[in-house]
Write a protein that binds this ligand. Sequence first.
Ligand code: SF4
Length: 369
Amino acid sequence: MATTFSLPDYRDLARLIATRTNEDVQRALRAEVLSLNDLAALVSPRADEHLAVMAAKSQTITRQRFGRVVQIYAPLYVSNYCTNRCLYCGFSAEHPIRRRRLTLEEVEKEADTLKNRGVNHLLLVSGEAPKMMGVEYIEQVAERLKDRFASLSIEIQPLTEAEYARVFAAGITSVAVYQETYNPELYQQLHLSGNKADYTYRLATPERAAAAGMREVGIGTLLGLGDWRTEGLVLGLHLSWLRKRFWRTGFTVSFPRIRPAEGGFRALAPVSERDLSQLIFALRIFDHDVGLLLSTREEARYRNGMVGLGPTRYSAGSCTSPGGYAEGEDSDEQFTVDDIRSVAEVCAAIQGQGYDPVRKDWDACFQAL
Ligand code: SF4
């Protein structure tokens, strides 16, 4: 087995998708275990006319594997310092926004505010500025919060395997790291400078996190950069490669679509709600057990409509600037959210559709077993 994930030629994958036929889609919909060709069929233009069948199949699989539950989580932005220049991001080093890293006391205050709103699963987010946000800081944050939250995930700069092992030991349960685009040429055009410009190092990050023993690893692409169909096919390949190699690790996939942010970047390859739905259904049919996240980047109307159809986790009441919860700051955010409902309102909407919003389905004490 290869020691690191390497991607087939991106153009070949795009060609594979373009040549899928109606029969290929139907075969994929009948298959129990899907091949690369099957996933290519489900993300292809030919599958669009089968969207209702895909939705029904995705819903059935999701119900069988996860029941009628949706986990609730919220991001907590601990810092917006960043040394990278990613063209699509409000935190890019070249933007003259106010920079801030929360003190440990401020992190606790933010966390307590979320806890009081009923959030038990926290995603700690920061820009990539290792000197401001070192491993020691993450360890200290984890030590302070781990007894109060069911899980602590991080979405920060990529770490080494040894560093992931350290933060895991301190109480971090999972790591989210998105490739943004799997297209190597486009990746270079969008990441102008900084550590993130290293495509290969980033691509191997989920492996390092899993190898370090993380309970869960989240992957994804930023939808709106490359062609979503090809990105979706590579996501599936990456996911199945990770699953074979790290069978003890849980995996999740996120589907962030580009949102307005400082700098005014516009999607290069816009992804409609219909496209997004097709991608979510395709991945659920391809991998029955993967956790699928739908964030507050999406409108409340769309998120309500997707309950039970594939996604298993919803963020709620999100703010994307450091200090945004306790202090009510709404400036210097990474991007604007679209679903601005409170945690209680999101939970009520999920319940209204006959599903249970689950605020806690894990306890940090299990990690010590
Ligand atoms: S995407 Fe991440 S690394 Fe890039 S500028 Fe934004 S915060 Fe920094």
